[in-house]
Design a protein around this ligand. Structure first.
Ligand SMILES: [Fe+2]
Length: 330
């Protein structure tokens, strides 16, 4: 009888251990299909443990070890493009690049008409007028249109800028509209200065209709991973600045706001007055935000994600390749 009890107890302990490791694995992934290192574990206990034990900073250095040895990412450690592709120089010197007249005129004309039609349709709809919220952030559906030419052309132009880093890409497009009816805005995790990752990472945006209100903002220079960047990372690794909003999502607390130093303040670039057909590619381990609205209006933009297939394992593989070829060339 005693043996049966002991066996059951051991079974229970093993199950518990399996559950803890299972959870740990879950909390290291984010948004389900995203397997690239996140800023924090989306679990208070795991993140706290990571912070107290020193693992949270070790993790940053660990991923940097591999990133530094990948030619494309190496430029984020010294501010100089190492790839030989001069088209992307500004990504390393400024943290982002803008390309005006991105799509060819025909494609842009055809699709900007479609985008404007659907944005106007939404803004004139009864549901929008009846909506009591003063600020609305929503996605717009273009399912009834054939978006193939737009998405193919976009991919064709994006690919040469990022292929050296991510290989063949499968971009996904999110068509997003943000509106402030009365010029007021609330501060969300996205309207505060933040990095998306604590390891080099890129993101692209496209403004088919241009922007003259509530611009996207970037702190030039914050893309360089140095002592100052590590200091900033401390704020974003600190559990006291976070709250859990669902089982798998932690976000910065309402009152948590990074204090910018003078160099940061001097580096702020508001990407305002962008012409229609402007493309943006940014290093999102640097500080950026969506500037809160300060006047009534709307901003339509397309977020293009193309990094989902690039995982922490891809980073390890590329880093090791760089490490081996460096040692062989010595
Ligand atoms: Fe972001």
């Amino acid at each position: 009888m005693v043996y049966v009890r002991i066996s059951i107890l051991i079974m229970k302990i093993l199950l518990k251990i399996k559950q803890i490791f299972g959870n740990l694995f879950i909390y290291t992934t984010w948004k389900d299909n995203d397997r690239y290192p996140a800023v924090v574990y989306h679990n208070k206990f795991v993140q706290k443990l990571s912070e107290i034990s020193g693992y949270s900073i070790f993790r940053v250095h660990f991923w940097s070890f591999f990133a530094k040895r990948k030619k494309y990412f190496a430029g984020f450690y010294n501010g100089e493009n190492q790839t030989g592709n001069v088209e992307i120089d500004e990504l390393f010197s400024k943290g982002y690049l803008l390309k005006e007249n991105f799509l060819n005129d025909d494609v842009h004309k055809k699709y900007s008409d479609i985008f404007q039609t659907e944005v106007d349709r939404y803004l004139n709809s009864d549901s929008f007028k009846r909506d009591e919220r003063n600020q609305i952030r929503t996605s717009i559906s273009f399912r009834e249109y054939n978006m193939r030419d737009f998405e193919l052309e976009f991919k064709k132009l994006l690919l040469p800028l990022v292929k050296d880093c991510y290989g063949e890409i499968k971009p996904t497009f999110r068509y997003e509209l943000e509106v402030s009816k009365d010029g007021s805005d609330y501060e969300s995790a996205f309207t505060k200065w933040h990095p998306d990752r604590l390891v080099p990472s890129l993101k692209s945006l496209y403004f088919p209709l241009g922007v003259d209100i509530a611009p996207f903002s970037y702190i030039q220079g914050s893309q360089i991973i140095d002592k100052d960047w590590l200091k900033i990372s401390k704020f974003f690794r600190s559990i006291k600045n976070y709250e859990l909003i669902s089982k798998k999502t932690m976000v910065l607390k309402n009152e948590a706001r990074l204090t910018l130093n003078e160099a940061h303040k001097a580096g702020i670039r508001e990407l305002n007055n962008l012409l229609p057909n402007t493309f943006y590619l940014g290093a999102h381990h640097g500080l950026h935000r969506k500037k809160p609205f300060d006047a009534p209006g709307y901003r339509f933009h397309i977020t293009v994600e193309f990094t989902y297939d690039y995982t922490k394992f891809s980073l390890i593989k590329d880093g090791l390749k760089g490490f081996i070829s460096f040692n062989n060339s010595k």
